[in-house]
Design a protein around this ligand. Structure first.
Ligand SMILES: Cc1cc2nc3c(=O)[nH]c(=O)nc-3n(C[C@H](O)[C@H](O)[C@H](O)COP(=O)(O)OP(=O)(O)OC[C@H]3O[C@@H](n4cnc5c(N)ncnc54)[C@H](O)[C@@H]3O)c2cc1C
Length: 481
């Protein structure tokens, strides 16, 4: 008997108990997707007393936490750092005993690419816009006219945000288009590989949306004191060590690798999973922790309405190249003084952003090699996708050298593509989520979606989403017991 069949038997409450040991009467839950969201949901559900099986179509768990080897070093090509303001990831690191592996980012400049070369990102400029005008004025990124327009912000009436508007449209109305195009686009647009004039104010920048309701002017509001401590941290063994440790500490959760879930059905009050190859498994609850388009495929037969909404959640295709350059590259001022650079979409480059890993992280500082990670790909810009690896690497290397003034050629490089991966929480996102949740509750009770496509790509959002999904499924199981 396979492990999957045994899970179904032990959990089936309709069968008479077999002779021998006590039957396992726990309710069964399937978690689909072995990224960080699926792993955390599985751990929490197992802790709540459910019998859990996790299905991952790839050959290992981790999803978007992934690394490649370049010049003998493991370099993250998915998530690379954690923002410390949200407590969730740090709590999980503590829980997994990885606290001693935390490394704080070295303080260094974040560069913005402009027509006149690199300029420092103004202090206090966040993915939700400027908090102070003086650093923006000094940065030399805006024209005098653009600066004058930005300076009018405190005099303007409040901007109406009801019905959801884009973050870009909101900042246009407060500070003028230059702030949006030259600062918000490379920072927030770069983080999401998105179009800031389509990203939802309410869903992609909820804190800014709350401020917009509460304060007439963003610049005149009383700001909270600056937090102490590093804003970004990583793990010495790479971000992938987070999911490797989670997987190793899953207890009796059954992990099925190279097992794609292809469909869900409702059978006798339970949910039936169809696995690739045609095998079936009946369970009491399901957490779908996959990309939205994969979730759409799985629920389409039973809930075409939910599938249509899930397909409306767009995602950008991105690629990350990890370069090793000779040590002399560290003498280039842009690299020795900077943690990385951001490129506005209006610039027209393929290069979207670069992280100077050897400057940013102490564990990547090396006497012989300078490690740099470069990324390409934005929503509605598929140029990188249509280039083969060699062409893409040549373009990214060329644009990096042009931006930084570095003349060295790379000694090693590896590339990782992420097709249709970076979720876009666009205007109307929350409404779409409500429809998905309601439709699934009607068509597939006990089935819930979780992860980056719904609650945002940051790891803190994924963890929150996983915890909420696990709690929701556990409550449904309790109610139906
Ligand atoms: C290039 C890049 C850089 C990033 N940088 C950062 C960063 O610095 N900091 C940060 O906080 N976040 C970052 N992120 C975002 C973050 O990594 C992701 O949001 C997060 O890892 C998503 O986790 P997840 O579990 O929701 O999804 P995923 O990691 O995508 O996992 C989903 C899993 O589901 C599996 N799957 C899909 N369909 C099926 C099926 N039918 N059956 C079974 N399995 C299936 C997939 O194989 C995959 O393993 C980055 C992402 C990328 C791509």
């Amino acid at each position: 008997m396979s492990r999957i069949e045994s899970l179904d038997r032990r959990a089936s409450r309709d069968e008479p108990p077999p002779d021998g040991p006590e039957p396992d009467t726990r309710r069964t839950v399937a978690v689909v997707g072995g990224g960080i969201t699926g792993l955390v949901a599985a751990r929490r559900l197992a802790d709540s007393g459910a019998k859990v099986a996790l299905f991952e179509r790839g050959s290992s768990v981790g999803g978007q936490l992934a690394a490649v080897t370049v010049a003998g070093r493991q370099i993250d090509v998915g998530a690379e750092s954690l923002f410390t303001a949200a407590p969730g990831p740090l709590k999980l690191i503590e829980e997994l005993g990885l606290h001693d592996d935390l490394i704080a980012a070295n303080p260094a400049t974040t560069w913005i690419q402009t027509r006149r070369g690199l300029r420092a990102l103004p202090a206090g400029f966040t993915p939700a816009g400027p908090t102070r005008l003086w650093p923006v004025a000094r940065a030399g990124v805006l024209s005098p006219r653009g600066l004058l327009r930005a300076g009018l912000e405190p005099l303007l009436p409040a901007t109406a945000t009801d019905g959801d508007i884009s973050v870009g449209d909101y900042l246009d109305s407060r500070f003028g288009r230059q702030v949006t195009d030259r600062l918000l686009d490379p920072l927030l647009g770069g983080l999401h590989s998105g179009d800031v004039r389509r990203l939802s104010l309410a869903a992609a920048t909820p804190q800014l949306a709350a401020l917009a309701v509460k304060h007439r002017s963003l610049l005149l509001r009383r700001r909270p004191p600056a937090r102490s401590g590093p804003a970004f941290v990583t793990l010495r063994g790479g971000m992938r060590s987070l999911t490797d440790h989670l997987a190793a500490m899953l207890g009796d959760v059954e992990v099925h690798l190279e097992t794609q879930v292809t469909a869900l059905r409702r059978i006798d009050g339970r949910t039936q999973l169809t696995l690739e190859g045609g095998r079936h498994l009946n369970v009491d609850g399901v957490v779908l922790a996959t990309p939205a388009h994969a979730a759409a495929q799985v629920v389409r037969e039973v809930s075409p309405a939910a599938a249509a909404e899930l397909e409306g959640l767009r995602a950008a295709s991105v690629a990350v190249a990890a370069f090793a350059y000779p040590a002399s590259a560290a003498e280039v001022p842009a690299i020795s003084q900077g943690s990385g650079l951001l490129v506005p979409s209006s610039h027209g480059d393929l290069l979207k952003a670069a992280t100077f890993l050897s400057t940013k992280w102490s564990h990547h500082s090396d006497a012989e090699v300078v490690f740099i990670r470069a990324s390409a790909g934005r929503i509605d810009d598929d140029r990188a996708r249509h280039l083969d690896d060699t062409e893409l690497i040549t373009r990214l290397d060329g644009e990096l050298r042009a931006a930084t003034g570095m003349t060295e050629a790379p000694t090693d490089v590896a590339i990782r593509r992420w097709p249709v991966t970076m979720p876009q929480r666009e205007v109307g996102h929350r409404q779409r989520l409500t429809t998905i949740t309601r439709t699934l509750a009607d068509d597939l009770p006990g089935v819930t979606v979780a992860g980056a496509p719904y609650d945002g790509p940051g790891l803190a959002s994924c963890l929150r989403s996983a915890e909420q999904a696990a709690a929701q499924v556990a409550t449904t199981l309790e109610r139906s017991a």
